[in-house]
Unconditional design. Sequence first.
Length: 366
Amino acid sequence: DKGHYRHYMAKEIHEQPEVVGRTLAHYLDLASGTVRLPFAFDFDARALSRVTISACGTAFYAGLLARYWLERFARLSVDIDIASEFRYREAPLPERGLMIVVSQSGETADTLAALRYARAHGQHVLSIVNVETSTIARESDTVALTLAGPEIGVASTKAFTCQLAVFACLALALGRARGVLTEEREKELVAELIATPGLMAQVLKDEARIEPVARDVARASSVLYLGRGPSYPLALEGALKLKELSYIHAEGYAAGELKHGPIALIDFSIPVVVLAPHDASLEKTVSNLQEVAARGGHLILVGPNSAKVAAAADLAGFIEMPETAAGAFAALVYALPAQLLAYHVSVFMGKDVDQPRNLAKSVTVE
Ligand code: F6R
């Protein structure tokens, strides 16, 4: 049931404050403002040397983003690869290591094969899944559920932000278990996490401002997305959403990688969407934005007003984000404008939003 929404995707985008809030409540103790996982680690978190992550598509991007959190908050190095590559790489895995697989459906063939490879090589497998009865959930040692509810739209939206919510809690729990995160810091970070659903709701309330930007993007035949730090995987995800839904060619790049090649593409016919939350890398991202501006690029900034002021550049579009959507977990909030932009471009172009051509909701064949 789509309720009053035109598409399942719109409904699912709008459900995010609620389902992310619900997912956070499942992994946090809201009263004390600390992490409380609904399962115990039945592996020795202190003895872990690294974590392996594998998944496909959007779920892979959630893992790529989580790497920043796992390294920073749990001091764990992360080896991550798409499942179709990982399953055949013959990767050596650490003794009694931890493998995390991520899947909305829990039925993705390549992700299941990656899980089986890891189990066969002595890993403890933790899966982040949305379907409790799925094959991946059944074959895992530990199941971390995303409480996103059924996702009908083929393009993943709410499952993605719920995966991020679970990963964030997991990174903090591992940081605590490994003795590398103080309780005080944990509480500060949990407070930032708890703020994200409200910030998401704020972004959704201002959805109308995305439409003119979408009309502009719909005219392009190619679009670049740039981000740094956790916004880099988000740039990849934003580009994937746009490709899937509008069939416009799009690529995501790490902002700092621009000058190593892609900057040759810059001209006014290619919109460049810059994801610039107020985090530790904002200043660097702004200087990359200015490099694009200096070459006559077609800039669309997604960021707080302070980023716009700092950029002091000619912008073709600006999606203003709340100034308070900042810090370590800003990606949960910045996922929304990326989804909404792709959605509105697709609607504007008259494409089939919920059932893009050539795509299936669950890829159970290799
Ligand atoms: C993109 C999308 C796909 C899936 C991928 C993995 O919008 O939906 O990239 O994320 O096929 O699917 P799951 O998460 O079911 O394993």
